[in-house]
Design a protein around this ligand. Structure first.
Ligand SMILES: C[S@@+](CC[C@H](N)C(=O)[O-])C[C@H]1O[C@@H](n2cnc3c(N)ncnc32)[C@H](O)[C@@H]1O
Length: 486
């Protein structure tokens, strides 16, 4: 294949002037900011598109280029390495990554992918680098993605994790952690990694008493699979929906909704008035807890188990919490605690360190501990996140998780219930934390969390519940429900 115009020459052998392509230059700017300033692509890109007046097809192109390239760069870097005669400078490598994504994943014609990349580099880096980029991309254009993976990825029989890491563009330690959590199943690990590379559905939550799933459906959303308060938005800006704009509804992953509902649906003997959200910022789960505490679990009686004729917890359908409870929402970071004020109407919001509680032991009836974690369960949402996490952070976080779980259990009264939640399936942050804390206490029993997620399969062997992107279309959220012995 010989890409037309790829070397940047016009008629009569004169170099033609490089064309400044808005979408590609903006994607390049975001890639550079991610590398140089640890920028978050999902915050920076929309801002640049707005400031530069880029909309419609160009905005869609810039978005796919940026997010797709950031997700795929583990694979692209391995290919670029074998196609060049030297290691590229960081800026040149970003341009090559963008070009590789267009050639291997998007339906951009090769001459356009190579030509626009060469123009980008001529404008932003220099003529010498442009020649190098032209040569490397022309080589990449000679094979398909599958052909390249077969060449550059380790042999799947000899190094299965290494193969998956390159083929699905994830760090090797993340592949290993996922495989461990999935019980060593390599094929399913591949499904999970592939799901991480897909753009997630936009899922909405209707805060009960403030909005309803029907209101969201009437505004163009589709019914959610599991959550009675959920709805999927196939396209468009969620901010344009009145209920979302008025914070009566919000964008929230469906598993986040379900683990919150599960906490409220465990039957309690005695008082059920005081609920604590120990790590509440920015307030997604607190928003749902606060609405249920005030208005009740209005869809509870029509919850999935009842509709499907299955038995819910305790042999009956999940009950509707009658309201009349009150939520205290706390976060150690003041700015994150302040965000909870926007998601709740009636909660008391405080800034406090959960490891040094500012309340007396046993003060609460239900406690949500949505613990700080690596976030490995939500890699689909932040395209660059998988490259930022370090395996060393797991040990540090799991120490904090143990400490916070100790506080959560101390904060709940005898007979009360704690939800331990992470947005990570890493065993060291999930089962190991719960197991260690339970081994040191004799005042806590573990409930089977799946009983409070009726009608949802594929959550594991229990008593924990583990959601998965490839099974449920949700983040990989973990839930353990723990009751303080009466
Ligand atoms: C996973 S996020 C919580 C997300 C939130 N529950 C939601 O649904 O929007 C974890 C939170 O824990 C907070 N955090 C970290 N260390 C803490 C501590 N020692 N005490 C209280 N909060 C802490 C972080 O500031 C962060 O906001």
């Amino acid at each position: 294949m010989r890409p037309r115009g790829a070397a940047g020459r016009g008629g009569a052998g004169r170099p033609r002037r490089p064309v400044r392509d808005q979408a590609r230059n903006t994607a390049f700017d975001v890639m550079r900011a991610v590398a140089e300033r640890d920028a978050y692509a999902n915050l920076l890109l929309p801002r640049l598109l707005r400031e530069r007046g880029i909309g419609g097809r160009d905005a869609a192109l810039a978005t796919e280029l940026t997010y797709g390239t950031l997700r795929g760069l583990g694979t692209y870097d391995a290919i670029i390495e074998v196609c060049g005669d030297r290691a590229p400078d960081p800026a040149v490598r970003d341009a090559l990554r963008l070009g590789a994504h267009q050639l291997l994943k998007m339906r951009v014609p090769p001459h356009a992918a190579v030509g626009t990349s060469v123009d980008l580099v001529r404008l932003r880096v220099g003529q010498g680098a442009a020649k190098f980029v032209n040569a490397v991309l022309r080589k990449i254009a000679g094979r398909t993605l599958e052909e390249w993976v077969a060449i550059v990825a380790p042999d799947p029989d000899r190094d299965p994790a290494g193969h998956l890491a390159v083929a699905h563009s994830h760090p090797r330690w993340v592949v290993t952690a996922f495989r461990d959590a999935l019980g060593e199943d390599a094929a399913e690990t591949a499904d999970l990694l592939a799901a991480d590379n897909d753009r997630p559905l936009v899922t909405l939550v209707a805060r009960p008493g403030r909005s309803s799933a029907k209101e969201l459906r009437d505004a163009g959303a589709e019914p959610a699979r599991y959550s009675p308060y959920g709805a999927y938005l196939p396209e468009g800006d969620p901010g344009q929906i009145a209920a979302v704009a008025e914070t009566r509804a919000a964008v929230q992953d469906e598993a986040s909704q379900l683990v919150t509902l599960a906490l409220t649906r465990v039957p309690l003997d005695g008082r059920d008035e005081r609920w604590l959200d120990l790590c509440a910022g920015p307030g997604g789960k607190a928003g749902l807890l606060d609405a249920i505490a005030t208005h009740g679990d209005l869809e509870g009686l029509a919850a999935p188990s009842a509709q499907r004729g299955e038995e819910g917890p305790g042999g009956g359908a999940p009950r509707a919490f009658p309201g009349g409870a009150w939520v205290m929402a706390s976060d150690v970071q003041h700015h994150r605690a302040r965000l909870v004020l926007q998601t709740t109407d009636d909660a008391l919001v405080i800034t406090a360190d959960g490891t040094a509680p500012a309340w007396r032991p046993g003060a609460f009836d239900r406690v949500m501990l949505d613990a700080p974690c690596t976030g490995l369960g939500a890699l689909r949402r932040r395209p660059e996140a998988r490259w930022r996490r370090e395996p060393s952070s797991v040990a540090e976080l799991s120490r904090l998780q143990r400490e916070l779980l100790g506080t959560a259990l101390d904060s709940v009264r005898p007979g009360g219930v704690v939800a331990y939640v992470t947005c990570s399936p890493h065993l060291a942050e999930t089962r190991v934390v719960v197991g260690d804390v339970l081994a040191r206490r004799d005042d806590v029993e573990q409930l089977d969390a799946r009983d409070y997620l009726p009608g949802i399969g594929g959550l594991g062997e229990g008593p924990h519940a583990q959601f998965w992107p490839h099974r449920h279309g949700t983040d990989a959220m973990f839930l353990a429900l723990l009751r303080k012995r009466p």
